[in-house]
Design a protein around this ligand. Structure first.
Ligand code: MN
Length: 236
């Protein structure tokens, strides 16, 4: 096969303890999956079915500790927020999955940041326009190494946190998710055929807030290591 223009490398995420990389097909994200975060976003904590949005695969910024990742402060925003999240990597096919079977297609887990242009997201939401522009952009999905299920199993509890410049900003526990991973995949797979290479960001605990150029973020999840990121000045 020949391409009409030079092709680019597949977006990919490193695998912990291996030279292999996990190719990224599609990035799904869950909105408001921790009760305290739902409240801070102006919603309530009632157990409605989850809702979903997506990020382009080229939003991925792979970060391998001890390296510190870097993104440019994104274009078009004055309010860039951090959302620390458990990321699920899909290794099988799944459509209309029963919650009891959903974990069978999970390949691994990682720490990720759902970076958000909150001013643009809120603007679009108020105008009843799509809020992709707030969620999918260059640098929007920093992610640490993937830990395979065969090595770590399926984390259902454990601390999740992020510090900004050494101060704790977000702190929670995976057990506080409104919809756990099996139910999240159950709902998501009612709308999409999940495929190998898909990533699912599973929502963030409370404490989201703004970062600016020069800031340093250090996040982590028990058992999945850490993810460090610095915010560089805007590209232009
Ligand atoms: Mn999020």
């Amino acid at each position: 096969m020949s391409y009409a223009i030079a092709p680019w490398n597949l977006p990919s995420v490193p695998v912990a303890g291996s030279a292999d990389r996990f190719p990224v097909r599609h990035i799904y994200c869950v909105g408001r999956n921790y009760a305290e975060h739902a409240k801070e976003m102006g919603g309530d904590a009632s157990k409605e079915p989850p809702f979903f949005f997506t990020k382009a695969a080229d939003s991925v910024v792979p970060v391998v500790p001890p390296a510190i990742g870097s993104i440019h402060y994104p274009l078009g925003t004055k309010n860039l927020h951090h959302e620390i999240e458990l990321v699920v990597a899909i290794g099988g096919h799944g459509v209309k999955l029963a919650p009891e079977r959903a974990l069978e297609i999970v390949w691994g887990y990682a720490v990720g940041l759902d970076m958000t242009r909150r001013d643009l997201q809120n603007d679009m939401r108020e105008k009843k326009r799509p809020w992709d522009i707030g969620k999918s952009f260059a640098g929007a999905a920093p992610i640490g190494p993937l830990h395979p299920v065969i090595a770590i199993g399926h984390p259902a509890k454990g601390r999740i946190w992020v510090d900004v410049n050494g101060s704790r900003r977000q702190s929670g526990d995976l057990a506080e998710m409104i919809w756990d991973v099996p139910h999240t995949l159950h709902f998501l797979s009612q709308y999409y055929e999940l495929m190998p290479g898909d990533l699912v960001f599973t929502g963030t605990p409370s404490g989201v807030g703004a970062v600016v150029a020069g800031d340093r973020l250090d996040g982590g999840i028990d058992g999945l290591g850490t993810l460090s990121l610095s915010i560089a000045p805007p590209l232009v």
